[in-house]
Design a binder for this molecule. Structure first.
Ligand code: ADP
Ligand code: MG
Length: 624
């Protein structure tokens, strides 16, 4: 809520609109308390007094009535009518929309066809017809305006509800025995509420105009009662000779509607959770880099193909800074497979995405370090260079191919698109190449599969397509971010075998991200363990698994069940990973560590290297 208000306040136009609206509403509410003259007291002797004349600040109208007083009362009435109409339309429309969208079938059909009928008539004509049928008068005008706006709400809300009604949390509510009415009230309504509020704020101004319009035509408020529309209507006859009588309500209508619209637009923008991270902008094509000079080149031996050097990536959320990756150094040799292991949230994905500056900005910022590909610095390279590298030399495979493949395109077309992004070739040649790729990743019957849509494939087949896509441009490095986490173990084994074969045949380097030591052991000769944004242990896989040095590594390994090893207690690591913006001083793992001593919390603990191994711990399990 406070975040919402902050975002609203940051939008200056919306804040100005809100302030003006608040002022107008406050004055309108206070009208009975203000020392105003009787708005309906006529004094024909003082007809058409000019503004600023004595006793009449804004002058008088054709019957000598005080315009200031009529304006105050009229604004009050117009606002009340407009808000009431908007509220009625919103409530009725939302109820209809939710019921139609949730129940579907015949109920949906009946409601929505009725709504369609209402929408078939021109807006104003329908309102006029309703008032004509009911007779002129305030209440009838209100009913008419509310009625013509119901379809707008019903349509919007139904659309959102239909999408929500098929979601898992609604199924879960049903399974828990909730009735339809309860589900609509408890599960659906809170989810559509932002949409209702947005529709309300963007239409209220319009509805005030409509009620004023009906009054202008003499169908709303009846004389002598003033509202903004009727004031304007009565002033029409004297428009040329005494324009101020029309200008006064006209300016007020303008101010009211403009302030509501500005405020409404601001509310809509502020309610959109995607804007929650701050600026009203889309993510940039590359992560923002805001670092001191890159660290000097330290040539690792043997020379690495991909070298991540003291990388720092943080998320800047308003005043909070989350250091998601805090000084990670990792190198990947040609043809090497390195595992990056750690609990969820330890910063593995952010590290991987930072390599090609793919972390979403805002809020992501690369705040330090360097990434070198074949010795060339990547982080500071111009965007064109970066784009040429993405997919061409460094390709990614993600966890959930369902989410990364476009659901509406055939996989062959998507592969062809990936190929043609970097290699100019005709559609037919790209298709031939796509088929080749599907064969390379051992897709069964690729000739038939190439024209399938993603939903027609199994999870394992989809991941094969994901890998084929990564291979499309013969990259040197594949960064695989938990590519098998969503798959069952047999399919996982096939995918791992596939990656292993590709690595051997093509000399690919693989950075393999996972939380599963079993998977690392199969594929990677080296591994690095991450905790809270830092590497805490690194070394050859077999050595680390046999004799983990960091207590965290040992406990992570102990969490992996071993079939056939007999029944043993699986030891979960106590406690939770720390919050990134409140890291304990010293070792971030110390609060959960069974070997922690007071000095662990004292100061920064460096990553100490000994041969191929490295550990960031003062009291390691074993000294490598
Ligand atoms: P994992 O090791 O599971 O891949 P991530 O690298 O995805 O973890 O995330 C590392 C940390 O960065 C987490 O604490 C996560 O909450 C945080 N984080 C990731 N993306 C964002 C984001 N867009 N905004 C704020 N924090 C983020
Ligand atoms: Mg991740």
């Amino acid at each position: 809520m406070t975040a919402f208000l902050q975002r609203l306040a940051r939008n200056r136009l919306a804040a100005a609109g809100g302030a003006m609206l608040a002022l107008i509403v406050l004055v309108a509410l206070a009208v009975p308390l203000l020392p105003l003259q009787d708005p309906n007291a006529t004094a024909t002797a003082e007809r058409f007094a000019r503004p600023l004349s004595e006793g009449h600040l804004l002058g008088t109208d054709h019957l000598g009535r005080d315009l200031l007083s009529r304006l105050a009362h009229g604004t009050r009435l117009s606002l009340a009518m407009g808000f009431a109409a908007a509220l009625i339309a919103a409530v009725l429309g939302s109820v209809l929309g939710i019921v139609a969208g949730f129940l579907g079938g015949r109920v949906d059909n009946v409601i929505m066809r009725g709504v369609d009928m209402l929408m078939g008539f021109p807006y104003v004509l329908l309102a006029l017809a309703i008032v004509a049928a009911l007779g002129p008068g305030l209440v009838n005008a209100l009913i008419a305006v509310a009625a013509v706006n119901v379809p707008f709400f019903a349509r919007n809300i139904r659309g959102v509800t239909v999408a929500l009604a098929g979601r898992e949390f609604v199924d879960a509510a049903r399974l828990s025995g909730m009735g339809n009415l309860r589900i609509m009230a408890v599960e659906i309504l809170p989810n559509v509420l932002p949409v209702i509020v947005i529709a309300l704020t963007t239409t209220t101004g319009w509805m005030i105009l409509e009620t004023a319009g009906l009054s202008f035509l003499g169908l709303g408020s009846q004389p002598p009662q003033a509202d903004l529309g009727s004031m304007l209507g009565e002033a029409r006859a004297a428009l040329i000779s005494h324009p101020h009588v029309a200008v006064v309500p006209g300016v007020m209508i303008f101010l009211v509607v403009m302030s509501i619209n500005l405020f409404g637009d601001g509310v809509r923008d502020a309610l959109d959770p995607r804007l929650g991270a701050g600026a009203l902008t889309r993510p940039l094509p590359a992560t923002v880099v805001d670092r001191p000079a890159p660290p000097p080149l330290r040539e690792p031996d043997p020379p690495a193909l991909l070298a991540i050097d003291d990388l720092r990536t943080e998320f800047r959320l308003g005043r909070r800074v989350l250091p998601a990756v805090d000084g990670v150094s990792l190198s990947l040799g040609r043809g090497e497979a390195v595992g990056l292991v750690g609990e969820s949230g330890s910063g593995k994905s952010v590290t991987a995405l930072s390599v090609m500056r793919l972390v979403a900005s805002p809020p992501g910022v690369i705040a330090g370090g360097a990434v070198r590909l074949d010795g060339e610095e990547v982080i500071g390279a111009p965007f064109e260079v970066l784009r040429a590298l993405r997919g061409r030399r460094v390709a990614y495979v993600f966890q959930d191919p369902q989410a990364t493949l476009h659901p509406l395109y055939r996989i062959g077309d998507q592969l062809a698109e990936a190929i043609r992004a970097h290699q100019p070739m005709g559609a037919r040649a790209a298709r031939v190449r796509a088929l080749e790729l599907l064969r390379d990743v051992r897709m069964p019957r690729p000739e038939d599969r190439i024209d399938d849509y993603p939903h027609q494939l199994s999870g394992g087949q989809r991941q094969r397509v994901g890998i084929a896509m990564a291979l499309a441009n013969n990259p040197d490095v594949i960064i695989a971010d938990e590519p098998t986490t969503a798959l069952d173990v047999t399919v996982q084994a096939q995918i791992l075998a596939l990656l292993e074969r590709l690595r051997r045949e093509r000399g690919l380097s693989i950075l393999f991200i996972t939380h599963d030591f079993g998977v690392v052991a199969q594929l990677c000769e080296r591994l690095a363990v991450m905790y809270a944004g830092r590497i805490v242990e690194e070394g050859p896989t077999a050595e680390v698994l046999a004799a983990p040095a960091h207590p965290y590594t040992r406990r992570l390994i102990a969490c992996v069940p071993e079939p056939g090893a007999g029944r043993r207690r699986l030891e979960a690591i106590p406690g939770l990973p720390p919050r990134l913006d409140a890291l304990p001083p010293g070792c971030a793992f110390a609060p959960r560590c069974h070997r922690a001593r007071p000095d662990c919390g004292a100061g920064d603990i460096p990553l100490r290297r000994a041969g191929a191994r490295a550990v960031r711990c003062l009291h390691p399990e074993t000294t490598p």
